[in-house]
Design a protein around this ligand. Sequence first.
Ligand SMILES: Nc1ncnc2c1ncn2[C@@H]1O[C@H](COP(=O)(O)OP(=O)(O)O)[C@@H](O)[C@H]1O
Ligand SMILES: [Mg+2]
Length: 231
Amino acid sequence: MMLLSVDRINVAYGAARVLSEVSLTLDKGERVFVVGRNGAGKTTLLKTIAGFLTPTEGDILFDGEKVNAWHPEQMANCGVRYVYQDKRVFTRLTVRENIELAAFASKEKLDVAIDRVVQIYPKITQFLDTKAGGLSGGQKQLLLLGRALIGEPKVLLIDEPTEGLAAGIIEEVFKVLEMMKGKVSMIIVEQNLAVVCALADRVYAMKEGRILAQLTDPAEIQDHAILEQYL
Ligand SMILES: Nc1ncnc2c1ncn2[C@@H]1O[C@H](COP(=O)(O)OP(=O)(O)O)[C@@H](O)[C@H]1O
Ligand SMILES: [Mg+2]
Protein backbone atom coordinates (compact mmCIF):
# COMPACT_ATOMS: atom_id res chain seq x y z
CA MET A 1 0.00 0.00 0.00
CA MET A 2 1.23 3.49 -0.86
CA LEU A 3 1.73 5.95 1.98
CA LEU A 4 -0.16 8.58 -0.01
CA SER A 5 -2.21 8.28 -3.14
CA VAL A 6 -4.02 10.93 -5.10
CA ASP A 7 -6.53 9.39 -7.46
CA ARG A 8 -7.90 11.44 -10.38
CA ILE A 9 -8.74 14.59 -8.45
CA ASN A 10 -10.41 17.68 -9.86
CA VAL A 11 -9.93 20.93 -7.99
CA ALA A 12 -11.48 24.33 -8.70
CA TYR A 13 -11.34 27.87 -7.30
CA GLY A 14 -15.02 28.77 -7.53
CA ALA A 15 -16.04 28.04 -11.09
CA ALA A 16 -12.45 27.91 -12.38
CA ARG A 17 -11.19 24.33 -12.69
CA VAL A 18 -7.46 24.25 -11.95
CA LEU A 19 -6.65 20.52 -11.58
CA SER A 20 -8.11 17.86 -13.88
CA GLU A 21 -7.86 14.15 -13.16
CA VAL A 22 -4.55 14.48 -11.33
CA SER A 23 -3.12 11.23 -9.95
CA LEU A 24 0.07 10.81 -7.97
CA THR A 25 1.52 8.38 -5.45
CA LEU A 26 4.13 8.60 -2.74
CA ASP A 27 5.72 5.52 -1.21
CA LYS A 28 7.33 5.47 2.23
CA GLY A 29 10.82 6.99 2.08
CA GLU A 30 10.44 8.36 -1.44
CA ARG A 31 11.41 11.80 -2.68
CA VAL A 32 9.09 12.66 -5.55
CA PHE A 33 9.34 15.90 -7.55
CA VAL A 34 6.67 17.84 -9.42
CA VAL A 35 7.82 20.12 -12.23
CA GLY A 36 5.93 22.44 -14.56
CA ARG A 37 5.63 26.06 -15.60
CA ASN A 38 4.15 28.82 -13.46
CA GLY A 39 0.38 28.42 -13.33
CA ALA A 40 0.47 24.68 -14.05
CA GLY A 41 -1.26 23.91 -10.74
CA LYS A 42 1.67 22.63 -8.65
CA THR A 43 0.91 24.73 -5.56
CA THR A 44 -2.78 23.90 -5.86
CA LEU A 45 -1.90 20.19 -5.87
CA LEU A 46 0.23 20.44 -2.70
CA LYS A 47 -2.36 22.62 -0.94
CA THR A 48 -5.10 20.15 -1.80
CA ILE A 49 -3.12 17.25 -0.34
CA ALA A 50 -2.42 19.38 2.76
CA GLY A 51 -6.15 19.99 3.27
CA PHE A 52 -6.40 23.69 2.31
CA LEU A 53 -8.60 22.81 -0.69
CA THR A 54 -11.05 19.96 -1.23
CA PRO A 55 -11.28 18.07 -4.52
CA THR A 56 -14.66 18.12 -6.27
CA GLU A 57 -13.95 14.69 -7.78
CA GLY A 58 -11.51 11.90 -7.00
CA ASP A 59 -9.90 10.71 -3.80
CA ILE A 60 -6.91 11.35 -1.59
CA LEU A 61 -5.81 8.38 0.52
CA PHE A 62 -3.28 8.67 3.32
CA ASP A 63 -2.18 5.53 5.17
CA GLY A 64 -5.16 3.79 3.56
CA GLU A 65 -7.68 6.29 4.86
CA LYS A 66 -9.77 8.63 2.72
CA VAL A 67 -8.81 12.19 3.71
CA ASN A 68 -10.50 14.25 0.94
CA ALA A 69 -12.31 16.60 3.30
CA TRP A 70 -9.79 16.73 6.13
CA HIS A 71 -8.71 20.16 7.33
CA PRO A 72 -5.06 21.32 7.38
CA GLU A 73 -4.88 20.85 11.16
CA GLN A 74 -6.06 17.24 10.86
CA MET A 75 -3.58 16.53 8.09
CA ALA A 76 -0.74 18.13 10.07
CA ASN A 77 -1.70 16.17 13.17
CA CYS A 78 -1.52 12.90 11.29
CA GLY A 79 1.89 13.86 9.89
CA VAL A 80 1.32 15.62 6.55
CA ARG A 81 2.79 19.14 6.37
CA TYR A 82 2.94 21.84 3.74
CA VAL A 83 6.03 24.07 3.52
CA TYR A 84 4.88 27.31 1.87
CA GLN A 85 6.34 28.68 -1.36
CA ASP A 86 6.69 32.20 0.10
CA LYS A 87 9.11 31.36 2.95
CA ARG A 88 6.54 32.34 5.53
CA VAL A 89 8.10 32.83 8.96
CA PHE A 90 6.80 34.88 11.90
CA THR A 91 8.94 37.93 11.09
CA ARG A 92 8.51 39.79 14.40
CA LEU A 93 9.32 36.75 16.52
CA THR A 94 12.84 35.48 17.13
CA VAL A 95 14.07 32.30 15.48
CA ARG A 96 13.78 30.54 18.85
CA GLU A 97 10.15 31.70 19.20
CA ASN A 98 9.41 30.49 15.67
CA ILE A 99 10.72 27.06 16.67
CA GLU A 100 8.82 27.27 19.96
CA LEU A 101 5.48 27.72 18.19
CA ALA A 102 6.12 24.65 16.05
CA ALA A 103 7.22 22.68 19.10
CA PHE A 104 4.03 23.68 20.93
CA ALA A 105 1.85 22.72 17.94
CA SER A 106 3.58 19.32 17.72
CA LYS A 107 3.67 18.82 21.50
CA GLU A 108 7.42 18.44 21.41
CA LYS A 109 9.91 19.74 24.02
CA LEU A 110 11.66 22.95 22.97
CA ASP A 111 15.20 21.57 23.34
CA VAL A 112 14.32 18.51 21.23
CA ALA A 113 12.72 20.78 18.62
CA ILE A 114 15.71 23.14 18.50
CA ASP A 115 17.99 20.14 18.16
CA ARG A 116 16.08 18.92 15.09
CA VAL A 117 16.64 22.27 13.39
CA VAL A 118 20.31 22.39 14.47
CA GLN A 119 20.89 18.89 13.08
CA ILE A 120 20.09 19.97 9.55
CA TYR A 121 21.23 23.61 9.87
CA PRO A 122 23.97 23.92 12.52
CA LYS A 123 24.52 27.67 11.92
CA ILE A 124 21.02 28.38 13.23
CA THR A 125 22.52 28.47 16.75
CA GLN A 126 23.96 31.92 15.86
CA PHE A 127 20.53 33.27 15.01
CA LEU A 128 18.29 31.90 17.76
CA ASP A 129 17.75 35.35 19.29
CA THR A 130 17.51 37.19 15.96
CA LYS A 131 14.11 38.34 14.68
CA ALA A 132 13.18 35.91 11.90
CA GLY A 133 12.27 38.85 9.65
CA GLY A 134 15.96 39.79 9.55
CA LEU A 135 17.09 36.47 8.05
CA SER A 136 17.98 36.17 4.36
CA GLY A 137 15.65 34.19 2.09
CA GLY A 138 17.95 31.19 2.26
CA GLN A 139 18.24 31.32 6.04
CA LYS A 140 14.43 31.50 6.29
CA GLN A 141 14.10 28.47 4.02
CA LEU A 142 16.57 26.46 6.10
CA LEU A 143 14.70 27.46 9.27
CA LEU A 144 11.41 26.41 7.66
CA LEU A 145 12.80 23.04 6.55
CA GLY A 146 14.19 22.38 10.02
CA ARG A 147 10.96 23.53 11.63
CA ALA A 148 8.97 21.24 9.35
CA LEU A 149 10.78 18.24 10.88
CA ILE A 150 9.61 19.05 14.41
CA GLY A 151 7.31 16.34 15.72
CA GLU A 152 8.54 13.78 13.15
CA PRO A 153 6.05 14.24 10.30
CA LYS A 154 5.55 11.42 7.80
CA VAL A 155 5.13 13.51 4.67
CA LEU A 156 6.49 16.95 3.75
CA LEU A 157 5.00 18.84 0.82
CA ILE A 158 7.70 21.37 -0.05
CA ASP A 159 6.83 24.17 -2.46
CA GLU A 160 9.75 25.56 -4.53
CA PRO A 161 12.41 25.43 -1.79
CA THR A 162 15.18 27.07 -3.89
CA GLU A 163 13.07 29.72 -5.64
CA GLY A 164 14.63 33.18 -5.53
CA LEU A 165 17.67 32.10 -3.49
CA ALA A 166 21.33 33.02 -4.09
CA ALA A 167 23.46 30.27 -5.67
CA GLY A 168 25.57 29.65 -2.54
CA ILE A 169 22.59 29.04 -0.30
CA ILE A 170 20.84 26.86 -2.92
CA GLU A 171 23.75 24.48 -2.35
CA GLU A 172 22.94 24.43 1.38
CA VAL A 173 19.23 23.86 0.79
CA PHE A 174 20.17 21.08 -1.63
CA LYS A 175 22.31 19.36 1.03
CA VAL A 176 19.48 19.61 3.54
CA LEU A 177 16.97 18.08 1.11
CA GLU A 178 19.51 15.32 0.48
CA MET A 179 19.96 14.73 4.21
CA MET A 180 16.21 14.66 4.89
CA LYS A 181 15.82 11.48 2.87
CA GLY A 182 15.37 8.65 5.32
CA LYS A 183 13.77 10.98 7.89
CA VAL A 184 10.58 11.75 5.97
CA SER A 185 8.82 11.10 2.65
CA MET A 186 8.63 14.17 0.43
CA ILE A 187 6.81 15.68 -2.51
CA ILE A 188 8.83 18.64 -3.74
CA VAL A 189 7.80 21.22 -6.32
CA GLU A 190 10.94 22.54 -7.97
CA GLN A 191 11.91 24.41 -11.14
CA ASN A 192 15.69 24.15 -10.65
CA LEU A 193 16.39 21.11 -12.83
CA ALA A 194 19.86 20.51 -11.38
CA VAL A 195 18.19 19.92 -8.01
CA VAL A 196 15.50 17.69 -9.55
CA CYS A 197 17.95 15.59 -11.58
CA ALA A 198 20.18 14.99 -8.57
CA LEU A 199 17.55 14.22 -5.93
CA ALA A 200 14.42 12.75 -7.53
CA ASP A 201 13.29 9.15 -7.14
CA ARG A 202 10.44 9.93 -9.54
CA VAL A 203 9.25 13.05 -11.33
CA TYR A 204 5.76 14.16 -12.35
CA ALA A 205 5.48 16.83 -15.03
CA MET A 206 2.39 19.06 -14.92
CA LYS A 207 0.89 21.30 -17.54
CA GLU A 208 -2.35 23.26 -17.42
CA GLY A 209 -3.68 21.37 -14.44
CA ARG A 210 -2.90 17.88 -15.70
CA ILE A 211 -0.11 15.36 -15.23
CA LEU A 212 1.59 15.16 -18.63
CA ALA A 213 4.14 12.49 -17.79
CA GLN A 214 5.76 10.55 -15.03
CA LEU A 215 9.48 9.76 -15.14
CA THR A 216 10.64 6.73 -13.19
CA ASP A 217 13.78 5.67 -15.07
CA PRO A 218 16.92 7.18 -13.42
CA ALA A 219 18.55 7.70 -16.83
CA GLU A 220 15.55 9.79 -17.95
CA ILE A 221 15.39 11.73 -14.69
CA GLN A 222 19.06 12.68 -14.93
CA ASP A 223 18.67 13.91 -18.50
CA HIS A 224 18.10 17.68 -18.37
CA ALA A 225 16.88 17.72 -21.95
CA ILE A 226 13.98 15.39 -21.16
CA LEU A 227 12.88 17.43 -18.14
CA GLU A 228 13.30 20.73 -19.98
CA GLN A 229 10.57 19.74 -22.42
CA TYR A 230 8.10 20.14 -19.59
CA LEU A 231 9.18 23.60 -18.45
N1 LIG B 1 -6.73 31.59 -4.88
C1 LIG B 1 -6.90 31.45 -6.21
N2 LIG B 1 -8.06 31.83 -6.80
C2 LIG B 1 -8.24 31.68 -8.14
N3 LIG B 1 -7.35 31.15 -8.99
C3 LIG B 1 -6.18 30.77 -8.45
C4 LIG B 1 -5.89 30.89 -7.06
N4 LIG B 1 -4.65 30.40 -6.82
C5 LIG B 1 -4.17 30.00 -8.02
N5 LIG B 1 -5.09 30.21 -9.01
C6 LIG B 1 -4.93 29.88 -10.43
O1 LIG B 1 -4.75 28.47 -10.52
C7 LIG B 1 -3.79 28.14 -11.50
C8 LIG B 1 -2.70 27.28 -10.86
O2 LIG B 1 -2.01 28.03 -9.89
P1 LIG B 1 -0.90 27.40 -8.98
O3 LIG B 1 -1.40 26.15 -8.38
O4 LIG B 1 -0.43 28.46 -8.04
O5 LIG B 1 0.24 27.06 -10.05
P2 LIG B 1 1.81 26.81 -9.90
O6 LIG B 1 2.11 26.59 -8.45
O7 LIG B 1 2.10 25.64 -10.77
O8 LIG B 1 2.48 28.05 -10.40
C9 LIG B 1 -3.29 29.46 -12.06
O9 LIG B 1 -4.00 29.71 -13.26
C10 LIG B 1 -3.65 30.46 -11.00
O10 LIG B 1 -3.89 31.72 -11.58
MG1 LIG C 1 3.38 27.54 -7.12
